[in-house]
Design a protein around this ligand. Structure first.
Ligand SMILES: CC(C)(COP(=O)(O)OP(=O)(O)OC[C@H]1O[C@@H](n2cnc3c(N)ncnc32)[C@H](O)[C@@H]1OP(=O)(O)O)[C@@H](O)C(=O)NCCC(=O)NCCS
Length: 230
């Protein structure tokens, strides 16, 4: 299984979650476990919209990347935000050796060809992150551009925290790149602290970032923290 840092159609998640937020001017945002059946393509588009720049060298062109991601989603490894029944955001996580985005090496080679596929596998390996025991790795949170800044990302983070608590994890871990200070600010506001930064200046030209900071948030035994709804 290739975990490309964000990480095939598996069993579904365990139903609707309890969180809800209402923003003036829009309807309520409902957060649920699992990518809804039929929304795989939309989920892949949201991912690509958010991470296409980072994943481009490995999965371009977009016309191939989006269907590849959609075809290899583990739908039960995400929490999703829906507005008027439309998928507007999702956060993927790794648990039990599976993450939201996947696809075997042979699937990459089948989709991209053996010659063109090999360097892609090497690039994808750069994004691999394995959780330590007791950790849930959150990899890839994306909210549709037109609903950003209204609390949807925060709701998704708290739902991932609820999953981590239910799974008896002690820690949530994520990586944030140096060119995304706003995402880092959001994580800090939601209780994550930086634990180490890996500098990779040689990747800046290829992937567009030169350092990756790992952040941790302890899992609260009494459930996720409260939310400031906007
Ligand atoms: C990061 C992201 C998931 C946040 O979702 P959101 O629904 O806007 O989050 P919230 O409304 O709960 O919080 C808003 C905060 O998120 C952060 N943020 C990061 N990128 C942002 C963006 N493009 N637009 C608005 N807020 C953004 C900011 O800290 C913002 O607070 P601010 O308004 O004080 O600057 C969303 O902006 C996104 O999908 N960005 C592109 C993908 C990405 O960068 N993912 C994180 C990779 S580590």
């Amino acid at each position: 299984m290739i975990d490309f840092g964000l990480q095939s159609q598996g069993e579904r998640g365990d139903g609707m979650a309890a969180l809800d937020a209402t923003d003036p001017g829009t309807g309520p945002v409902a957060v649920q476990r699992g990518v809804p059946v039929g929304a795989e393509r939309r989920a892949a588009e949201l991912y690509w919209d958010a991470f296409g720049r980072k994943l481009g060298p490995a999965l371009n062109p977009p016309g191939k990347a989006v269907p590849f991601i959609a075809a290899h989603l583990n739908a039960d490894r995400a929490v999703c935000a829906l507005l008027d029944g439309q998928l507007v955001g999702l956060a993927g996580y790794q648990l039990g050796g599976r993450a939201l985005t996947g696809g075997s090496a042979s699937a990459v080679l089948r989709a991209y060809g053996h010659l063109g596929g090999l360097h892609r596998l090497l690039l994808l390996a750069l994004f691999e992150r394995r959780p330590a025991p007791g950790q849930l790795v959150m990899d890839g949170i994306a909210v549709a551009p037109d609903v950003r800044g209204r609390g949807v990302g925060s709701l998704l983070i708290e739902e991932v925290a609820a999953v981590a608590a239910e799974q008896d994890c002690r820690k949530i871990r994520l990586d944030v790149i140096d060119t995304n200070p706003r995402a880092r600010a959001l994580y800090e506001r939601r209780g994550f602290t930086a634990v180490r930064t890996e500098r990779t200046p040689y990747l800046r030209r290829l992937l567009g970032f030169g350092a990756v900071t790992t952040m941790h948030r302890p899992v609260e035994a009494d459930g996720p923290r409260g939310l400031r709804t906007p």
